[in-house]
Ligand binder design. Structure first.
Ligand SMILES: N[C@@H](CCC(=O)N[C@@H](CS)C(=O)NCC(=O)O)C(=O)O
Length: 213
């Protein structure tokens, strides 16, 4: 059965690839899995039909027969598990480390980056937004600096490209519009290296075609 993912019919970023369906598309492209896409509107995300699949009213959603998953990390982990030796190494220790990096991406690196979006967009008209923005920038710099120190001049987080890199780069991209990723040249080069992968290029192009209409 061909899995179906849910994406926005019009992503707020206009096709820059920052909406979280892109990372799922990327994982599917990496493992060579065909997929269909179901679209939901911004208004539709809080409708009962969508909430039945995604209780927090978000995208992406992944459906494969009776299996319904939300949370991009869980979806990508599942896709990787379905295709052993592609995005998750077969060696148990390497596999555990790749999974650790997935968690680090969404649980440690993404929260301050997400917070920046909240300050600038959801709270952009509040009196504290101007004062708060540089504080959030510094929190992002802290985690990016720590990641850059650990990363050194490696090609990938572990010996080969894994779901950990896919997740980490998907998160790092979200720091790019504020200019913060480019403050860390090794991380900017790491993201560019990942984005040059044919699977990423296909995933990006497919979501762009929808959003650039
Ligand atoms: N932790 C979730 C976050 C999902 C998420 O926030 N998706 C965004 C689009 S990229 C969304 O649907 N936001 C709508 C909202 O926050 O109401 C994941 O990784 O899947």
């Amino acid at each position: 059965m061909t899995p179906i993912i849910t994406a926005y019919d019009r992503s707020p970023d206009g096709g820059k690839g920052l909406a979280r369906d892109t990372r799922v598309r990327w994982a599917l492209e990496e493992v060579g899995q065909e997929y269909d896409v179901k679209f939901v509107s911004m208004a539709g995300k809080t409708e009962p039909d969508h909430l039945r699949l995604s209780p927090f009213g978000r995208i992406p959603v992944y459906e494969d027969g009776d299996l319904v998953l939300f949370e991009s990390g869980a979806i990508i982990h599942h896709i990787a598990e379905q295709h052993p030796g592609t995005l998750l190494p077969e060696d148990p220790a390497a596999r555990a480390r790749a999974t650790m990096w997935m968690f680090a991406a969404v649980n440690t690196v993404e929260p301050p980056i997400h917070e920046l979006g909240t300050v600038q967009i959801a709270e952009g008209d509040r009196s504290w937004a101007t004062e708060r923005t540089p504080l959030v920038h510094d929190r992002i710099r802290d985690v990016l600096g720590q990641l850059a120190d650990t990363f050194g001049d490696s090609e990938w987080l572990e010996d080969t490209f894994t779901a950990g890199d896919l997740m980490m780069v998907s998160v790092l991209q979200r720091a790019r519009p504020a200019g913060l990723l480019d403050e860390f040249p090794s991380l900017a080069a790491y993201a560019a290296r990942a984005e040059a992968r044919p699977a990423y290029e296909r995933a990006f192009a497919t979501q762009y075609a929808v959003n650039a209409r």
